[in-house]
Write a protein that binds this ligand. Sequence first.
Ligand code: ADP
Ligand code: MG
Length: 418
Amino acid sequence: MSFHALALHPQLLKAIDELGFQTPTPVQQQAIPHVLAGKDIMAGAQTGTGKTAAFGLPLLHQMLESPAQVQAAGRPTVRALVLTPTRELAQQVFDSLITYSKHTELKVAVAYGGTSINVQVKALEAGVDILVATPGRLLDHAHVGTVDLSKIEYFVLDEADRMLDMGFIVDIKRIMKRIKNERQTLFFSATFGKQVKDLAYSILEEPTLIEVTPSNSAADTVEQIVHPVDKNRKRELLSYLIGSRNWQQVLVFTRTKQGSDELAKELGLDGIKAASINGDKSQGARQRALEEFKTGKVRALIATDVAARGLDIEQLGYVVNFDMPFKAEDYVHRIGRTGRAGLTGRAVSLMSIDEEPLLRAIEDLLDKRLPQEWLEGYEPDPTIQAPEHLRRGRSSEKRRAKAKSKIHKNRGRNTSRR
Ligand code: ADP
Ligand code: MG
């Protein structure tokens, strides 16, 4: 199947051809006809499956088919709103839409926090066809009246699961109140837990369900391996892996912001150029780190889950879990950063003994065991044990609770016998 078979506007096909896209990805093949037919959709697809074009192309097409009414006096209107959880993701979706629409006159704008609001106000002034925004900054604009959401015809929620993880539910509800009910809604999420489903059903109308990869299953193109190692030797092992295996571009996940900064510094001392990217940094600093990583100036980019959201780095070969994620879903998102668009990637997890329960949660979610391998010279020290409370079924608290319930049972029996 080609993009031409999807009957998209010639000006869009021209841009697609120039981008070198040959065949639509599965989510694009499935979503585009439904969006063109005006249906709501609820799509489950991993990162890197091409969701931006899956909603972007048919939206742009519909706008070309029915041009905007001439802007009446009043507040600047928006025809389509795309909500994304992070600034990086907003910027990335915006860049893609600009590229897809380069041979059209359509106006696309972006609004997120951490940058000047005035520049955004200027871009919105005359009204726009598509606005890509993060929830907080969008509400700022709506409150001061620099944007009018009441005329929105198309509403896209990108990465809805992450949006909820980041606590945006209240903001989303506030935004929904400003949008009219007659609209087309496109809902995307990599995972579909209860909270995500509840939100989906509250804002979608008779949606077409699209599931590209079973939700919660990691991309098949990613080879996954777990290396058990002592916590205090993780950094040493990471430097060794990067050096000895000659990894030139590796994305490393830590759980905390401080952890990402410290690790970047320590890798630097080991002679490996590294940069960190986290929510404490200014937008400029994050963009710079990303640029250096993309251009190969730094070999390792150390990121927290939130900061990494929306990074689109082409042909990323290696993802390392320096800390196992607290939430099993985050594992799916993390490894989705590699093996993008059909390429093979490797996801390497460095797991200390206290993180075993986190691995079990991931394996439960994926419904499969991940292969484990000890690396010579880095075998875990067998005398180090997990903290008492993490040892499964052996916790003293559990034992005490069990003993207690036994006493109760025995008592019960005793009384009944009497
Ligand atoms: P997602 O939003 O699902 O994470 P993106 O829309 O960011 O995925 O796309 C991931 C990458 O795949 C981008 O680099 C994009 O340019 C590329 N891509 C998207 N669609 C196609 C296609 N049909 N053919 C080739 N590459 C594509
Ligand atoms: Mg995306």
